[in-house]
Design a protein around this ligand. Structure first.
Ligand code: 5GP
Ligand code: ZN
Length: 112
């Protein structure tokens, strides 16, 4: 499958790993938009939030269990933001479900 994040998961494209478990992988965004900008992805290929179903949603729970651990590891003691982009209007550029974990500074009050 021609998916950038599946290639990162397969080790075909290098990435800066910050966290990994059986279901979840997290790595630093190549173009960080905050002092901490980590991408948290399921190991299973799901195209975006729109592809979450009753059959695969458990991995989303695994991701949100990992996020506080990653935030702690990254020193985000004063809070953070989690964003997922989906589809054309969401400006999703990589079609593998991912959650941007942003922090390390006071973020913009605007989200769109
Ligand atoms: P999206 O726009 O789809 O929500 O986010 C995709 C993110 O992936 C962007 O923030 C972009 O900087 C990041 N990205 C794109 N290509 C690579 C890559 O090869 N390695 C890493 N670590 N991040 C990437
Ligand atoms: Zn993929």
């Amino acid at each position: 499958m021609d998916c950038l994040f599946c290639k990162i998961l397969a080790g075909e494209i290098p990435s800066s790993k910050v966290y990994e478990n059986e279901w979840v992988y997290a790595f630093r965004d190549i173009n960080p938009q905050a002092p901490v900008h980590v991408l948290v992805i399921p190991k299973e290929h799901i195209p975006c939030a729109d592809g979450v179903t009753a059959e695969n949603s458990a991995v989303v729970a695994r991701i949100f269990e990992a996020i506080p651990e990653i935030a702690k590891q990254e020193g985000l003691t004063n809070g953070y933001r989690v964003i997922t982009n989906c589809g054309e209007d969401g400006c999703q550029s990589v079609k593998h479900l991912h959650f941007h974990l942003l922090g390390g500074k006071k973020l913009s009050e605007q989200m769109a």
